[in-house]
Write a protein that binds this ligand. Sequence first.
Ligand SMILES: Cc1cc2nc3c(=O)[nH]c(=O)nc-3n(C[C@H](O)[C@H](O)[C@H](O)COP(=O)(O)OP(=O)(O)OC[C@H]3O[C@@H](n4cnc5c(N)ncnc54)[C@H](O)[C@@H]3O)c2cc1C
Length: 376
Amino acid sequence: MGERTGRSILIAGAGPTGLALALELARRGYRPRLVANAPGPAPINESRALGINARTLTLLEACGATALILAEARRLTEFKISSAGKLLLTIDTEKFRGPYCPIYALPQGQTERLLLQRLSAVGIRPEWSTHLQAVSGDVRNPIVTLLHVNGGAETVLPDVLIGADGAHSAVRKACGFAFPGDAIESRFFLADYRYAQQVDTSFVQMNFLNPGVLGRLPVCEDTLRYVSTIEDFETRIDHPATVLERTWKSDFTISFRHVETMSRGNVFLAGDAAHVHSPAGARGMNLGIEDACWLGWLISEGREQDYSSLRMPVVKTVLKETRRNTTFITLKNPLLTGVRARLMPLLNSIPGFTAAALRNVSGQDTPPPPWIPDAR
Ligand SMILES: Cc1cc2nc3c(=O)[nH]c(=O)nc-3n(C[C@H](O)[C@H](O)[C@H](O)COP(=O)(O)OP(=O)(O)OC[C@H]3O[C@@H](n4cnc5c(N)ncnc54)[C@H](O)[C@@H]3O)c2cc1C
């Protein structure tokens, strides 16, 4: 074990971000310790982050996760946008050039299980039900208190501490990172329905109800997710087959927040611990995995102090884009929704529109990973 790979690394959080980081470090000879207060990965019935983009697939090739994801995920070949049932715009994702489709659908719980499968193959298992309770000391020499499920406390002195512990990050709070931002007014409601037979899972549909919006996304061969800004949206669903059961129901408000720096001393933040935003565009989990892969590479290069300056501009750009998309989707003013309905059918005729939209969806609108030759 080299001098650098011998450094002790503690990752708080075993969501997609923490798992991807552990995998990227493990394949470079590190043995990170991974703790999570959850008892295990995301429940299989909670589809949560559904979209896996082409950039993520490129990033996860080397650790072996991409092949597993491609075997289970569904290609999304079309985006359909309509207003009051009238089709306004279709974006054909087959126009995207590259080894992958711009985006695939796979429920987050399954993605996490595939990452865990790869991690187990390299002999690393997250310590579940292990709560990071406090971080004290100087950020250059953090002192971490862990609480185990049996109530026992443990003090850890890692060389490197990574907070991949989600939107309510204990590491972020304990280490004094500010998390400024705001929440938008609209509330979002979602429900996943399982049908008696296979349904068409090749497309995503967004129907503007003026006011409000109803989206349809594939979860798996017989299950669809519906998401809306309207509380009684389930009465508006045009089910494609006989409903067997509603497998998940949830609602959420959307905040746009990010830290001002993603590292202090030897403490680093990644994923939702560092930034939260709307699911419009399916960037959240993908951006967290991207943070993780950049941090893994920078640690292996002994350049982790460059992490924040390299990632902050990307985070700000993605938050700006998702806010713009969310504002566009949630328009309420009848004048503006009327203009939107008139303009949307013209978009495909604007040179470069489809290519730019697909680049955005694929996650390839941020700098490519320098450690992967020919990466887009
Ligand atoms: C309804 C919904 C739909 C979404 N749809 C999409 C989508 O389509 N596409 C997309 O890209 N994103 C989507 N997202 C966002 C996505 O779920 C998150 O961005 C993603 O889970 C973030 O991953 P993470 O690993 O950074 O954090 P998390 O998944 O939140 O994981 C945090 C980890 O930290 C652990 N933890 C927390 N506190 C502590 C502590 N004190 N001590 C120890 N461990 C701790 C938890 O147990 C967990 O293991 C959606 C989110 C929601 C809620």
